[in-house]
Design a protein around this ligand. Structure first.
Ligand SMILES: Cc1cc2nc3c(=O)[nH]c(=O)nc-3n(C[C@H](O)[C@H](O)[C@H](O)COP(=O)(O)O)c2cc1C
Length: 360
């Protein structure tokens, strides 16, 4: 059962493979398209676009255009098309999503037990390896979803570069820029550079490497001119390190999205690695237990924006499973809010926010 609404079926089904979800999803209420999108004038603005509700689905659960269209129909006014690459890239083997048991707030680097009881409050681990189809597939697919958006809705597209076998940094940066160009060609109105997923074969996230992060964003900016650019960051333990990053990149981006998942080791009941394959003992945790980290980053980004004199908008993500969570992020200063795990298990979440939020 869903933790939030009694809905039995998440729109991404963890019991099925990534490919099966991609082909046959979305599932449950999301697929039924039973929600009413308001006809009144949008009251909010995000990155220069009018939006009904500054609320969306973060990069990941919306695997392709069918999912994005369903999200738009369900009233998620800022849906993000799952991170794409400049070429086809395979998914990690199934399972890619498991529930995890966490007592209270999750601190980074814990060991957790993974299982299939998706109860409330819900935290999960997700481990896909950022799969992608070829641009030949995703360019027309994304372009059609951009057109599906109604007044007051904006489709966002997430992307990242792919490191070559030789680890050549210049080629990696050029690949980010190429992905941005291919996205721009689709007519998408906002793009999101993902600097927060482990880049293949390296332990560090790009957002923790401020110099390379800056070079990546400069190359993208050069390619896209004034197309609105968001950057996705992970949780930072160290505020001085975050300040250093914002100092480097704050003037290059239009919005900063935080956070991605929080890393943990995930094992089964017997203490063995839960997700099969090399490098998958540690994976990213999202959902209710990381809300504290997303809220903290939202507050810190708002403060740093003031301190350093930047203008970027702040998009708060992490553990948004209810209207209360949305309101908490807005009070923390988020210009927009996004949910991944919460929305997957509650396709009515955007409607609930529209009906009951005190913060928009
Ligand atoms: C199924 C799933 C797939 C995800 N895939 C991506 C991805 O491709 N790119 C990305 O930047 N973040 C990805 N994420 C991370 C989310 O965008 C989000 O930052 C994180 O899950 C925290 O939000 P939540 O607590 O609401 O889930 C994924 C999350 C989930 C649940």
């Amino acid at each position: 059962m869903s933790p939030a609404s009694g809905t039995p079926e998440p729109f991404y089904d963890p019991a099925r493979s990534y490919g099966d979800n991609f082909e046959h999803g979305p599932f449950g209420l999301f697929a039924d398209n039973t929600f009413a999108v308001p006809a009144d004038e949008p009251k909010h603005t995000f990155l220069g676009y009018k939006v009904h509700t500054p609320f969306g689905i973060a990069a990941g659960p919306l695997l392709n255009g069918k999912f994005v269209n369903a999200a738009l129909d369900a009233g998620f006014d800022l849906p993000v098309y799952k991170t794409v690459r400049t070429r086809q890239y395979a998914s990690h083997p199934w399972p890619n999503v498991l529930a995890v048991t966490v007592e209270g707030d999750l601190q980074p680097g814990r060991r957790l037990v993974g299982h299939q009881n998706y109860g409330s409050p819900l935290s999960i681990t997700n481990s896909f390896g950022v799969p992608s189809y070829d641009p030949d597939f995703w360019q027309p697919d994304l372009a059609a979803s951009v057109k599906h958006a109604r007044i007051g809705q904006v489709v966002i597209a997430s992307f990242q570069g792919t490191l070559s076998g030789h680890g050549n940094v210049d080629a990696y940066i050029a690949d980010f820029a190429l992905a941005a160009r291919l996205l721009k060609e689709t007519g998408v109105k906002i793009i999101e550079a993902n600097l927060s997923c482990p880049n293949e074969g390296t332990a560090n996230l790009l957002c923790f490497d401020k110099h390379t992060g800056r070079r990546v964003l400069q190359a993208i900016r050069h390619e896209i001119a004034d197309l609105p650019l968001m950057v996705k960051c992970a949780y930072f333990n160290d505020n001085e390190r975050l300040r250093g990053l914002i100092h480097e990149i704050g003037g290059l981006v239009d919005a900063i999205v935080a956070i991605n998942t929080v890393p943990a080791e995930v094992v089964d009941d017997a203490g063995n690695q839960a997700l099969p394959g090399e490098g998958r003992l540690q994976s990213g945790v999202c959902g209710a237990s990381i809300k504290w980290a997303g809220l903290e980053m939202t507050r810190r980004l708002v403060e740093l924006r003031e301190d350093l004199g930047h203008k970027f908008e702040v998009v708060g993500t992490g553990g948004v499973c209810s209207v209360q969570d949305f309101d908490d992020y807005r009070r923390a200063g988020a210009d927009a809010v996004m949910s991944a795990t919460g929305a997957m298990w509650n396709p009515r979440l955007a409607q609930e926010v529209k009906e009951h939020s005190h913060e928009f």
